[in-house]
Design a protein around this ligand. Sequence first.
Ligand SMILES: [Zn+2]
Length: 534
Amino acid sequence: MKPLLHLSLAGLLALLAAGPSPAARGVTAPGQQDAGPGRAAPAAEEPPADGEAWPTTPLQQLRLRDGGLLWGWIESHTSERVGFLRLDNGGRVQLPWSWLDPRQESELKTIFGYVDLTSQEPMVLAARVQTASGDEFVGVIQNRNDQYLELKSANGLLQLPLAQLRGTIVEELVPARQIYTRDELYDDQLSLHLPALSGPDVDPAVKAEAHFELARFCESVFDFRRALVHYQAIAEADPTFTHPDLAASLERAGRRAAAQEQADVLEEIDRLRGRQLYPAAVELMQRFATLYPDSPLTQDFVRLQASVIADRERDLLEQAELRWHYWVSKLARERAKDDQFESVLAWLEEGCSADVLAAVTADLTRYRADISETEVRELWNQRAATRLRRASYGVGTWLIGRDAARAGVEGEEEQAPASDPRSEERKQLEERIQRYLRNQQVAGAGGNRDSDSEADPQAYWEATGVASRHAWIVAHYVENSGDMRVTRAAIRPCRECGGTGFLEIVTAGDGQGTRLFECPLCHGVAVVRRVSYR
Ligand SMILES: [Zn+2]
């Protein structure tokens, strides 16, 4: 279930209004980071194993994901791991970030500048709304009356007529910048700190703290120019203000502010990803790599690129399955309008599977422009197939013949209980049917039965409604194309003849005589076949 954020659809009323305060709507700024890993530690007693002196920098404590603790010094770091000198045995270890307690991992990555652009974003609770035409919109519900729903997002205010909505409205957390513009987010956050920033008698330390928090917030919403302005204002407000992360933050914000244009491109890529516009996102990623080969944001870029591709592959897999079922049904419905049974059958045997594949492939180019039919079939074969579906030949079961109608069915339909007074009657009827069939074989010697004129597939097809034809086509495709996994086949007795295949009539005129004739509904096949499949 993936979001389709068509928030800029033409024709929909979009007013870029100053929305209500994001804070009032529940924007939460990322948690204020601690001063860093604990510094209070036992004094070093022995020098490192190789005889060199212990580092003079403060001792650090690493908290590991499994609950363990390591004392020592971080000597080096990359985006992948931390080089650590251990106090307990003087050994040097390369620890992958993932071995660290997640909170400390995040703290240290922030200090070292390995911040994932998308990892500490402010989030808001938003509503996901579906329309009858299959579009999805995500936003914060601003207003609703008996006519329409007003949905606010960063692209403006959207009025959705209630009559167009389908399904239930789902609430979920989404990045705040999907709902509010950068200016809206900043103005809102600024208003919270305004008393501390502008009052004449404000304590310089309080003022500096406000700048620090604002700078942090701006960073979290990709607003690096403003982040830098506030980091720089700290020293001006209070030269004595200290924070263990200040120097690193100032350096990082400066680097990113200088690359604000690039950061904006990354944000745009991320936004395209959020709307599942993968080809556009990929194109922009290629442009980014060409335009900024030495970008200071390369690490952010590489991380974003990997996550865009991963999302795309996940959506492709999901969509391949959804679109496949969609097209089977749609093409079957189109084909059901064909009055010529032979041509429907020919299509089922030769063109159907290929047509479905071609249609699904065309759909999936929306996710990856150059996707091939081979790849789509591969995705289809890997589908989750969690939902069990059903198809039935209905009254038209006889068209596939008596044997195919019962193929793979475990246990015939249940017999009427012996105590049922009708069972004796039924037994007699079955005996007569057997006699009748033997006579038919002798007389016909090759299937030239007198009922053939009535059991004309073309005549049946012409007399059958499009809905029944549609169901029949789907059932035939499911069982014969090899595209589906049939999990179960079942039959139920024909409602006309009760599962015997024949009816009995009293012949008029000469006394007690009765005559058997083939059931006109099931043409002797006696059952309706349905299959379950994935
Ligand atoms: Zn019947």
